[in-house]
Design a protein. Sequence first.
Length: 309
Amino acid sequence: MTGGAGFIASHVADLYIEDGWEVTVLDDLSTGRRKNVPAAAEFVECGVNDARARKLLEEGGFTVLNHHAAQMDVRVSVTDPLFDERVNIAGLINLLEGARRGGVRRVVFASSGGVVYGEGDALPHREKALKLPVSPYGVSKLASEYYLAMYAQLHGLEVVPLRYANVYGPRQNPHGEAGVVAIFCSRILRQEPLTVYGDGTQTRDYVFVGDVARANLAATTGPLGRLRSIDDVAFNVGTGVETSVVELARTILNAAGANVPIEHVDARPGELQRSAVDPGKLEAQWSWRPEVGLAEGLQRTYDWIATDQ
């Protein structure tokens, strides 16, 4: 699997090993941490664009490619869209070329429900909701789903895009869509105010990383339906519940038993105001549902960050 030294994928790798899989982790450690890689996994330090990554998939005898490695910062994608394209699109194609030549059966892909959907449809979004990304990162995720569907049709790969809500939990860093959780926890530990952009009523759907790992395991082994559109093989992974930034801040403060102030600053232009995804399809097809509530998950996350300082 790619990105296995990172936040989400390292939890997926842990669960794969617990379930009896042999796991090889490919990661260039640009954002991941070597200590996140499970001891039982083989580790290959390499980027997704590297010819060595393609060769590894061609010759490694793998049955599944779980692809999490990505340029995942929306702000970086806006300031450097070419870099975003090289990692997220060209990197994916490099891996898919190795996968199809090496006989990989299924590709599980970390997509994003937070950036591929537009704001025109009712929340929570279902898989067939309007697609209208507003950042190069969102476009790269949506384009990747189309590349996956094309490889499925041309080369017979089974493909499963998982459209994540805002994932949080232990091993999280302050980057990416749900980085606000790690930022708030770190600021509380330093006894610094929590910064909220605008009035704090903007919402996100926060899903615990352990639940996301279980969704990956289901996507690795579960039966798939017929591919007629990218939405047929895609699954939302979230809770369907909207949580405002102010509510999130207060819940983390409660978990920490702290009382640092919440400071409001100017809203960021172009920020998505509301986001949530409907996980009903994942529950209906593979009996998955989120098990860790927000208060419990934030408590686990804060406790982990407090011991990792």
